[in-house]
Write a new protein. Structure first.
Length: 401
């Protein structure tokens, strides 16, 4: 059922959270602060600053206000549609079976690893969240298959409580950057790995040739008429998703109204990418999508306090084990398919990292491989929400044991 907008709260909450988001985005552009935002990403600060304000008390509306629920319900589907408008599924499929198989093996490692790590970590998790921690694992799996948009979507769909979701944000900030650093260090050994694995050198040559179409064309300045055009496509599309979600039946332990609305918004966004609507990317579709996504993230942070981070140390250790399970799966696929280490690293970072960092890492391994990394990361964005709910369902089953 769609929540009714609490207009009085929204008139205070929306400008406040928008102001916090705008201030952080502007600070991230300041030359002297770029180093800070390089190691602690913008997404984390947009989440963490409202958390600090909520912890201080009196600086932000009460965490149980209905305004936060309304923001997530209405803004997130619009954001997902805008972010998926420019997806080039044809270009992704052209990468070939080896690249796709290695990428999907990494995703399978995340899905399988989630329930295993949950079993190991559950006895050490604070008792207050022990029965619902599976929702946090499901949310994190979506990020480690896709990215932050997927994590927010699955977290909202599962209605993960702040004390469950918040420590996962810390894990999602620390573990992927540590993993990327390790992959960069390991790049010096790729020659030895490829010889040991008897890799087929034609794989990377073909990949680079096939992925040239991934280069994005120049964007155009975002103007008010173009913004109106973007919203004229995305808002009705999100409205269709929300309308259908109200009539679709809930599946206990898997999907409810919120989950349906986000799954449908993802599907509609991908469907629109096959239409002329994909041209809206040049008008700033993904830029507006990320602004809305970060706004939803700020609203989630506003429902959190620092006390909710008590489980973070235990879950950080769980995250390390989880990534190692992912590594075993992707190594096994590389061994069977004789895939080079450069592809293995790009696929792993496309899962655990995301579209921003994967092209950089791919280029470290092999000049010209950045478009391949980008396409693999986009594939993760497409699958992340769907597979995140699948992993969450498995974790919920395991959590009953």
């Amino acid at each position: 059922m769609l929540p009714a907008p609490p207009w009085r709260d929204l008139l205070w909450v929306v400008p406040l959270l928008a102001g916090i988001e705008a201030a952080i985005l502007l600070l991230a552009r300041v030359r002297g602060l770029r180093g800070l935002f390089k190691y602690v990403p913008t997404m984390f600060w947009i989440y963490f600053v409202p958390t600090l304000a909520a912890t201080a008390g009196g600086l932000i509306p009460e965490k149980d206000t209905a305004a936060y629920n309304v923001i997530g319900t209405y803004c997130l589907p619009v954001s997902l549609v805008l972010l998926l408008l420019s997806v080039d599924i044809r270009a992704i499929l052209k990468l070939g079976r080896v690249a796709l198989a290695v990428m999907l093996a990494g995703s399978a490692g995340i899905i399988v690893g989630g329930p295993i790590v949950l079993l190991l970590a559950k006895p050490f998790v604070p008792e207050a969240i022990r029965d619902t921690i599976w929702k946090g694992f499901g949310s994190l799996s979506a990020s480690w298959i896709g990215g932050s948009a997927n994590m927010i979507a699955v977290g909202k769909g599962l209605e993960a409580a702040p004390n469950v979701y918040s420590p996962m944000v810390v894990v999602d900030t620390i573990c992927p950057y540590a993993w990327m650093s390790l992959l960069i260090v390991l790049s010096r050994y790729q020659g030895a790995f490829d010889r040991w694995n008897r890799c087929d050198g034609s794989i990377t040559r073909d990949l680079r040739a096939r992925s040239l179409s991934a280069a994005a064309g120049p964007g155009e300045p975002l103007t008010l008429p173009r913004l109106a055009g973007l919203l004229a496509v995305a808002v009705p599309a999100a409205g269709v998703a929300l309308g259908l979600a109200t009539v679709l039946p809930a599946i206990p332990g898997f999907v409810n109204f919120k989950a349906w609305s986000l799954i449908l918004a993802t599907t509609i966004g991908m469907a629109l990418s096959f239409t002329p609507a994909r041209r809206l990317e040049k008008h700033g579709a993904s830029r507006v999508g990320y602004v809305l996504l970060y706004f939803v993230l700020a609203s989630i942070g506003a429902t959190t306090t620092l006390a909710h981070l008590a489980a973070a140390p235990v879950l950080l250790a769980a995250g390390v084990v989880w990534i190692l399970i992912h590594a075993v799966f992707i190594l096994a696929a590389a061994r069977v398919l004789r895939a080079p280490m450069s592809l293995l690293a790009a696929a792993s970072q496309a899962n655990v990292g995301g579209p921003a960092s994967t092209p950089v890492l791919a280029e470290v391994y092999l000049p010209g491989l950045a478009p391949v990394g980008l396409l693999l990361a986009v594939l993760g964005n497409i699958l992340g929400t769907y597979l995140g709910f699948v992993c969450a369902s498995l974790c919920e089953i395991v959590n009953r044991w």
